[in-house]
Write a protein that binds this ligand. Sequence first.
Ligand code: NAD
Length: 496
Amino acid sequence: MNLIGHFVDGKRVSGSSARRGDVFDPATGRRTAQVELASATDVAVAVEAAERAARSWRDASLARRTAVLFAFRELVHARRDQLAEVITAEHGKVLADAAGEVQRGLEVIEYACGIPSALRGGYSENVSTEVDSYSLRQPLGVVAVISPFNFPVMVPLWFVPVAVAAGNAVVLKPSEKDPSAALLLAEWFAEAGLPDGVLNVVNGDKEAVDTLLEHPAVKAVSFVGSTPVARYVYQRATMAGKRVQALGGAKNHMVVLPDADLDLAADAAVNAGFGSAGERCMAISALVAVEPVADELVARIAQRIAGLRTGDGRRGCDMGPLVTAAHADRVRSYVEAGVAAGAVPVVDGRDVTPDGDPDGFWLGPTLFDHVTPDMSIYTDEIFGPVLSVLRVASYDEAVALVNASPYGNGTAIFTNDGGAARRYQHEVEVGMVGVNVPIPVPMAYYSFGGWKSSLFGDLHAHGPDGVAFFTRGKVVTSRWLDPRHGGVNLGFPTQT
Ligand code: NAD
C-alpha cells in the first residue's frame, strides 16, 4: 500500500506518528493509499524548518523571489494535466473540472509573480523640515495554511504563492482526504528554486491543526473549510495571538427575476448546482424563483439534468462521484429528509445509473421544488448535488430570504433589468455577487471571501487583501542629521 508522508525542509519524509488515514479513488470505491497523520512532534519539526528558512528568505531580493515564482508558474503550467489527474484520482471531480481548478490556481501564481508592485510602499518628502517618511511591508515569518478536500490545488494556491512571494515561510496542512497534490506542488516549488524549508507540507488531521494553532512560531493562519471548524480555528488561533483568516461554509442563492432569460438561467443553475457534484463553496444550492417563473424554470432545469452523465471523471462524464462513502451517505440522508419534509423531488439522484464502477461513491443530481426555508435541505450546507427551488412573490421577498441566511459567501441574480441588478448588488449581504454569472469567483488580483459565517477574520484571500494578510506595515520617519538639528526639546514632535 502506497504510504503518503510529508514534505519538510526540501524533501519527502516520514514522520514519527503511527496513525494513518485512508485515501480512496471515489470513482471505484477502492483504497489507493494511506496517509500519515502527523503527530505534534512531526508538526513541530516542520515549523522549526520553516523558522530557519524564514530568517534568510525574508532577506532574499524581490528579483530572486519573483524568479522562483516565475519558474514555478512554468512548471505548474507545463504539468497541469498531471496535476488534474491527481486531483481526479483522489477527489473524484471530472478531469475538465480539475483542469479548471488548476487554471484558477495558476492565476494566483501569476498574481504573485507581480509581488514587487503589490509590496510597493509610499514616500513623502519633507513631512517636516528635511524629514522624510516612507512605508514598508515586511513578511510575518512562519505562516500556516490549512485547506479543505474540495480544492486540493486551488485553495493551497490561494495562499502559498502570495505568502512565499511576500517573504514568509509556510507550513501547509492539506485535507487528509486528497493529500497528494500538495506534495507535488511543494516538490515543484523546490525544483523552481525555492530554498529548503520555505514551503513544508504536513499531512494530518485535528492533531496537526491544533499544533499549528498553538505553536508560538506560527504567526498567521489561513484556513478554509466548514463553518464550525473555521469558527473554532479563528477563536483558538486568535486567542493564541495569531493573525487569522478562516473561510467557512456556504449556502449560495441564485435569484431569478421574471424578466430573466430562462434558458440562460437554467444552464447556469445546472452548471453551478451540479459542477464538481456540488462540492464547491461557491456552488448554487438554493434557487430563488420570483414568480411567475418557477414552473417554467424548474421544467427547463429538469430537462437539462436528464442530459447529464454521472460517472467516472476519467470517462468524459459531466459529474463525478462524491469524495467518500460517508459523505455520499450524508448527502443521501439529506435527500431523504427533503422528501420527508414535503419538498417535491422533481429529479431524484438516488435513482442514478452511473457510468463507473458500482462501488464508487455515487449520487446523481437531485432537484427539489417547493422547498421552504424551514427545511434542513435549505438551512444546512449539504455540499452535494442537491439543488433546492424556493418560490417567492417578489424581489423584496427574495432579498430578505438571502439576507436572512447565516452564510454570505456567493450569490447571483439573473435578470435583464440593470436597475434591479444594481439594487441587488447594493442590498445583498454577501461577499461575492454575480450578475448573470452564477459562480462569481473573483480573479486573483481581486480578493476572494464571504461575509457572516462564511468568513471569520478581516482580510479575504489573495489579491490586495492577501498581500496585506501576509505582511505587516512599517512607517519610517527619517532625518539626516547635521549640527543645526541639535538642542533639547521635550515637547511632542509636531510639524514645522
Ligand atoms: P473540514 O472543515 O472538514 O476540513 C477542513 C480542514 O480542517 C482539513 O484540513 C481538516 O483536516 C481540518 N479539520 C477537520 N476537522 C477539524 C477539527 N475538528 N479541528 C481541526 N481541524 C479540523 O472541511 P472539508 O470537508 O475538507 O471541506 C468542505 C468545507 O469547506 C465546506 O463546508 C465548504 O463550504 C468549505 N469551503 C469553503 C470555501 C470558502 O472559500 N469559503 C472554499 C472551499 C471549501
